[in-house]
Write a protein that binds this ligand. Structure first.
Ligand code: UDP
Length: 440
């Protein structure tokens, strides 16, 4: 039977980058725009494809790359299939009103521009991070960023409240940084920027970005809150952990996850395990298969750990995170500070222990601890005593009262932003209007 959406007049082509933290918000954006009447085509790679069963309302276009490659190769491999779509050709019912692409899939802007179709870039990180990234070439050129600065607590000029140590650059990742800076200059070609954040969290960075890029900019986040709840996970979610949470008391459980990319070694795993065990707090801990070097899953957990924690702790391979954070029993989130995780936590009023490693995570951590004051940072090499103290402070201590209260207030502000008249609500209306008329 013909799909209902083929009869929709305006079609949008959404171009995914094949990592979990990039795919999730783009699919969420697709759901939101589908609910506003657009037909949606999802263009994706063979590597890490979305599961069409979870998104029966979308059409899918597969192209290139069965493996993860460098960003440039992915872009080269994906260009031809999108070009072949002949974006300007109208089908019996629909015409392509716009191409929305991940910031790392800059080829899509070129194809859209060649076809005289609006191209919109979706930024899946915070506005503050986009701003920091855009400032890097200038900082590097004028020499104000020296390599030793990547440990410095000194304030970065014009990037308040970031310190040099919060910037996503170090001697080790310099080559990748330069490659990504090059990409930033490429996506400036897109006519419009959509960003998964909201005014009550990032008022100033959003204003500054607007000035910097001089393109229409829509802060339509948190997408996890405004989109329908269909799963976007590449790994199977262990829903059985919800039954375990049901048996725990109100706000007693610490949820622990490092997202889809971060790795640990045996030493770190051991410190985390004993920190959790000694905190006496119930915990739900995600250990992704393959995320601990030299092991498949949890074989390297220290001897005596499981006996020590008994029923108080549950370890899973992958959790239904949004559901977990919304659960009454969850009172804290020990996070690596990936932007999706941060937004999901803020949306549910869950305070955080922030433990950033790379990319945008240190910028996000700075906002969690210093600007929004909804978390405490675990800095440097992980050690069981520090971990235990941080958990006690966040979950029960008098010191954590203000942090927990502030997290609830921020959740209320986010709730307001997505209701009629709120900034996200308005930005989504403006984006829809732009796509329908190509005018603001
Ligand atoms: N996630 C999940 N289950 C888990 C761990 C993570 O569903 O057990 C989801 C989480 O909800 C988030 C995404 O994976 O939407 C991770 O994205 P994020 O930006 O937080 O971090 P990244 O994986 O990109 O480092």
């Amino acid at each position: 039977m013909e799909k209902q959406e083929n009869r929709r007049v305006q079609r949008l082509v959404l171009v995914l980058f094949p990592l979990q933290g990039h795919t999730t918000p783009m699919l969420q954006l697709g759901s939101v725009l589908y609910s506003r009447g657009f037909a949606i085509t999802i263009a994706h790679t063979r590597f890490n494809p979305p599961d069409p069963i979870n998104h029966p309302q979308f059409d899918f276009l597969v192209s290139g790359t069965p493996n993860i490659e460098d960003v440039e190769s992915i872009n080269l491999n994906c260009q031809a299939p999108l070009q072949e779509l002949e974006l300007q050709k109208q089908t019996a019912y629909s015409q392509v009103a716009g191409v929305i692409h991940d910031s790392l899939m800059y080829f899509a802007a070129t194809v859209a521009n060649d076809n005289k179709i609006p191209s919109l870039v979706l930024r899946t990180s915070s506005a503050a991070f986009v701003q920091a990234y855009a400032a890097l070439p200038h900082l590097l050129a004028e020499g104000s960023f020296l390599f030793q600065d990547s440990m410095s607590y000194e304030q970065v000029p014009q990037l308040n409240p970031l310190r040099f140590k919060d910037l996503p650059v170090s001697r080790e990742n310099m080559a990748l940084t330069l490659e990504l800076i090059d990409i930033v200059s490429k996506y400036k070609r897109s006519s419009v920027m959509i960003i998964n954040t909201t005014d009550c969290l990032e008022h100033l960075p959003l204003l500054q970005l607007q000035q910097l890029f001089q393109v229409p900019l829509f802060g339509i986040g948190p997408l996890s809150k405004v989109a329908s709840a269909s799963s976007t996970s590449f790994l199977e979610e262990e829903s059985s952990c919800i039954a375990w949470l049901n048996n725990q008391t109100l706000k007693s459980v610490l949820y622990v996850s490092k997202g889809s990319l971060a790795m640990s070694d045996e030493k770190e795993l051991t410190e985390i395990a004993w920190g959790l065990a000694n905190s006496d707090q119930p915990f739900l801990w995600v250990v992704r298969p393959g995320s601990v070097s030299s092991s498949d899953w949890t074989e390297l957990l220290p001897q005596g750990f499981r006996e020590h924690v008994g029923e108080r702790g549950l370890i899973v391979k992958w959790a239904p995170q949004k559901e977990v954070l919304a659960h009454f029993a969850v009172g804290g989130f020990w996070t690596h500070c990936g932007w999706n995780s941060v937004m999901e936590s803020l949306s549910e009023g869950v305070p955080m222990i922030s433990c950033p490693q790379f990319f945008d995570q240190k910028v996000n951590s700075r906002y969690i601890t210093y600007i929004w004051k909804v978390g405490i940072e675990l800095d440097g090499e992980l050690e069981r005593g520090d971990i235990e103290r941080s958990i006690r402070k966040l979950m029960g201590g008098r010191e954590g009262v203000e942090i927990r209260q502030r997290a609830i207030e921020l959740k209320q502000m986010i709730d307001v932003s997505i209701l009629e008249g709120g900034s996200t609500y308005n930005a989504l209306n403006d984006l829809t209007e732009f796509l329908l008329t190509n005018k603001i």
